[in-house]
Design a protein around this ligand. Structure first.
Ligand SMILES: Nc1nc2c(ncn2[C@@H]2O[C@H](COP(=O)(O)OP(=O)(O)OP(=O)(O)O)[C@@H](O)[C@H]2O)c(=O)[nH]1
Ligand SMILES: [Mg+2]
Length: 329
């Protein structure tokens, strides 16, 4: 499945139908009077959150989406039919912005939630409206109002509670694969993961918590190097970050630094988000080396560091306990 998390589209609501000019024509009624009906209202463009969708792929090849115009009024004071609304499904977590100003129009987070992004125009008035004592046979009518048209930016921000971040090859995908039923691609080279992988991890209470394995970050990601920092948008809403480090790396403090710098460069507040440091691949180093690294990391970060081996399924229950504790805080 292709993962598309941004789209820029113009939404055009339907125009109102025009009112018409008509006169009553009936047998034995010589001057029947004006009877032109009003036009119908144009359809709205509506977005609706749908929890079955994961991406904005449906919008990738579309530039303009229009709702139906309202219909003309009819004779005998019949109003024209309303134009149909267009209801477009978007994944939960879609934020809608006005493209030019960046103003947020709404944020669709709950399944079924709707947002009208362009209102249909009102229908015009038929000549029946203009009957007066002075003018018994008005020929006046009005056009329907134009439907709204907006260029909008849709941005999907995943609603995961826990984000797994780190350098490429640290073992992030391996970790989500042993914690959840997710089966992402795992391989011994950087940038295996190109799109976020989601997995549900069960709490002891049985509740599911959504974890997101974010593609690897490298130095300069905030400037677009590697896969860029684009995916960091998905951790903006997480409550907790799991920062995975590779124990076999020659310079672990540098590794820690790189990621912290990128978080800071993307958005300062990301550094203040609760973050658990996880030293993965612990079986690749001696116990002495492991203790040395743990001390270095603890001193530098002032955080408790969890030592695990995702592959050997070692140290995961302690880590999970800490994760639930942090989420419950
Ligand atoms: N020895 C050892 N190898 C591990 C461990 N966890 C992951 N690996 C290996 O490390 C390599 C990278 O693992 P991935 O899970 O793909 O790493 P990633 O962080 O998702 O990498 P990107 O998607 O490229 O950012 C794979 O060859 C894994 O088998 C571990 O605990 N011990
Ligand atoms: Mg990966």
């Amino acid at each position: 499945m292709q993962f598309i998390d941004q789209a820029r589209i113009t939404f055009k609501a339907g125009n109102g139908g025009e009112g018409i000019v008509a006169f009553r024509r009936e047998k034995y009624v010589p001057a029947g009077g004006p009877s032109g009906g009003d036009g119908g209202k144009g359809g709205n463009v509506v977005l609706q959150a749908d929890s079955n969708l994961q991406t904005l792929l449906d919008f990738k090849f579309k530039q303009l989406i229009c709702a139906e115009n309202g219909y003309r009024g009819g004779p005998n004071k019949c109003s024209g039919a309303f134009g149909n609304d267009v209801v477009l499904k978007v994944p939960c977590g879609t934020e809608v912005r006005h493209f030019q100003t960046g103003i947020i129009l709404g944020d669709l987070t709950k399944n079924g939630e709707t947002l009208i992004v362009a209102y249909g125009g009102r229908g015009g008035l038929g000549n029946a409206h203009y009957l007066s004592n002075r003018n018994r046979a008005p020929e006046k009518f009005t056009e329907g109002q134009e439907g709204e048209e907006w260029e909008l930016q849709l941005e999907l921000k995943l609603l995961a509670e826990v984000g797994i971040i780190g350098l490429p090859n640290a073992g992030k995908s391996t970790l989500i694969s042993v914690l959840s039923a997710a089966r992402p691609k795992i391989a011994n080279y950087p940038f295996t993961t190109l799109i976020p992988n989601l997995g549900v991890v069960r709490k002891p209470s049985g509740d599911g918590t959504l974890f997101a394995d974010i593609p690897g970050l490298i130095e300069g990601a905030a400037k677009g190097i590697g896969l860029g920092h684009d995916f960091l948008r998905h951790i903006q809403r997480t409550k907790l970050l799991i920062h995975v480090l590779d124990a076999s790396s020659p310079d672990i403090l540098q590794d820690l630094n790189v990621i912290e710098r990128e978080l800071f460069a993307y958005e300062k507040s990301l550094l203040r988000k609760p973050r658990i440091l996880v030293l993965n691949k612990k079986e690749l180093v001696s116990n002495n080396r492991q203790n040395e690294i743990l001390q270095m990391l603890q001193k530098k970060s002032q955080k408790q560091v969890f030592s695990i081996s995702a592959v050997m399924n070692d140290g995961l229950s302690l880590l999970l306990e800490k994760i639930w504790e942090e989420l419950d805080n």
